[in-house]
Design a protein around this ligand. Structure first.
Ligand SMILES: NC(=O)c1ccc[n+]([C@@H]2O[C@H](COP(=O)([O-])OP(=O)(O)OC[C@H]3O[C@@H](n4cnc5c(N)ncnc54)[C@H](O)[C@@H]3O)[C@@H](O)[C@H]2O)c1
Ligand SMILES: [Zn+2]
Ligand SMILES: [Zn+2]
Length: 394
């Protein structure tokens, strides 16, 4: 089969590798019809989480081609999507709804994923075939057929749509809330979109890339370009204008937002120079911007250590966080990987009944063979590359 292999820093190749196959009787072999590139893949691609010589990818949609003899709920030919984080469904964390902290899929650790360093030795999913372990727990059955009107929506159920939704859950976004999302990549856009789906009234999206900000606006958010002026100041001024002054009682200390989301992670860019990194800046801005009694969600990835980080604390995995400000504001903080299994069924149903159309963020659908070029452009966040779906069937 063909698959996308990370050969060295900033180089992927399409390689012929042995076909994925069933190993356990609880496995399903998926014939992949769509498989997306994620901002997470760029952390490996940039050499910050080395994973060389490996098949990468963790966002596949497809059809069950072979089904292990113990699998009960899936049959050959079923259309399926699987979550990035491989789960068992029966361990103490899975049964409590924390599937990305599964205790059995990488024994001795909490959590496993396809094509990802330190997440178990599971082959990546940017390939023609993927082995799905523990298929009854992981496969979400889908209606329709490959290539239909939902193909680019369903592939986003593997990671990005539930991750964006998870951010709004961690930030307790509710009806009438004000929300600021830092990052207008696929995750930030899906978080903004989910916030609207949950009834938030004002959603702000901060980034510096014009086409991403434009898409945020199309999804119902207010775009904020952080290179033009301090985004905290911009958002506070906008909120202050909405307040119609004398109609409110002593609310000026609440000129920020109730919910803040970090959808960028450890490779966040500097406010003064987009070509430099500044991993401290986003949490400092959120601590400033989020109102007393507010909530902050961090879904952008932070590795345990970042040896190539610019800041000595970051290199040890100990970023500076404005703890005093967060404490005194009484902020609720939520961090971590998407607990996929909590949301996938609900989000699938919202796609099918027409309530949600996450594929609005898919900027490119291209053959798998074009992955090397797509990685170069996506890594530069250039030429409108926002969310790329690879098609291994064309
Ligand atoms: N928690 C999870 O389960 C989970 C799942 C998927 C992805 N992720 C992580 O989420 C993050 C985003 O993924 P993505 O696919 O959207 O990636 P992406 O790289 O396409 O998007 C990141 C965006 O952030 C913007 N940005 C950079 N610095 C900024 C700053 N200081 N302020 C505002 N915007 C800034 C960039 O311009 C870019 O548009 C990554 O760290 C990824 O690893 C987490
Ligand atoms: Zn992903
Ligand atoms: Zn489990």
């Amino acid at each position: 089969m063909r698959g996308v292999v990370l050969v060295k820093e900033r180089t992927v190749e399409i390689r012929d590798i042995p076909d994925a196959e069933l190993i356990e009787t609880t496995d399903v072999l998926m014939r992949v019809t769509s498989t997306a590139i994620c901002g997470t893949d760029l952390h490996f691609y940039d050499g910050r989480m080395p994973y060389y010589g490996k098949l990468i990818g963790h966002e596949p949609l497809g059809v069950a081609e072979e089904v292990g003899s113990s699998v009960k709920s899936i049959k050959k030919g079923d259309r399926i999507v699987v979550p990035t984080h491989i789960c068992c469904g029966f361990c103490p964390n899975c049964t409590r709804g924390y599937s990305s902290s599964c205790l059995t899929t990488q024994p001795g650790k909490a959590g496993a994923a396809y094509g990802y360093p330190n997440q178990g030795d599971y082959a990546g999913a940017q390939a023609e075939l993927v082995r799905i372990p523990l298929a009854d727990a992981n496969c979400l059955k889908l209606p329709g057929e490959p290539g239909d009107q939902w193909e680019n929506d369903f592939v986003l159920l593997a990671d990005i749509f539930p991750t964006g939704y998870h951010a709004t859950e961690l930030a307790h976004v509710g009806v009438g809330d004000s929300v600021a999302t830092f990052g207008a990549g696929a995750v930030g856009l899906m978080a903004a979109y989910s916030a609207r789906l949950r009834g938030a009234s004002d959603v702000y999206v901060v980034d510096a890339i014009p086409e991403r900000l434009k898409l945020a606006e199309e999804l119902g958010a207010m775009p904020i370009n952080f290179l033009s002026e301090d985004p905290v100041k911009q958002i506070m001024e906008l909120r202050n204008k909405r307040r119609l002054d004398n109609a409110y009682r002593d609310e000026h200390v609440m000129d920020g937002v109730m919910c803040g989301i970090d959808a960028i992670g450890f490779q966040a860019r500097s406010q003064s120079d987009y070509n430099k990194e500044d991993p401290n800046w986003v949490i400092s801005s959120l601590a400033e911007l989020v109102n007393p009694t507010g909530r902050i969600a961090v879904v952008g990835v932070f590795p345990p250590k970042d040896p190539d980080g610019i800041d000595p604390n970051e290199r040890k995995g100990e970023l500076t966080v404005p703890w005093g400000k967060l404490f005194n504001k009484g902020i609720t903080l939520g961090l971590g990987r998407d607990q996929d299994e909590r949301y996938n069924l609900m989000l699938r149903n919202m796609i099918v009944d027409g309530t949600a159309k996450p594929s609005k963020i898919v900027s490119h659908r291209i053959p798998l063979s074009e992955a090397p070029d797509a990685f170069i452009k996506f890594d530069k966040r250039a030429d409108g590359y926002i969310k790329v779906v690879l098609d291994p069937t064309s």
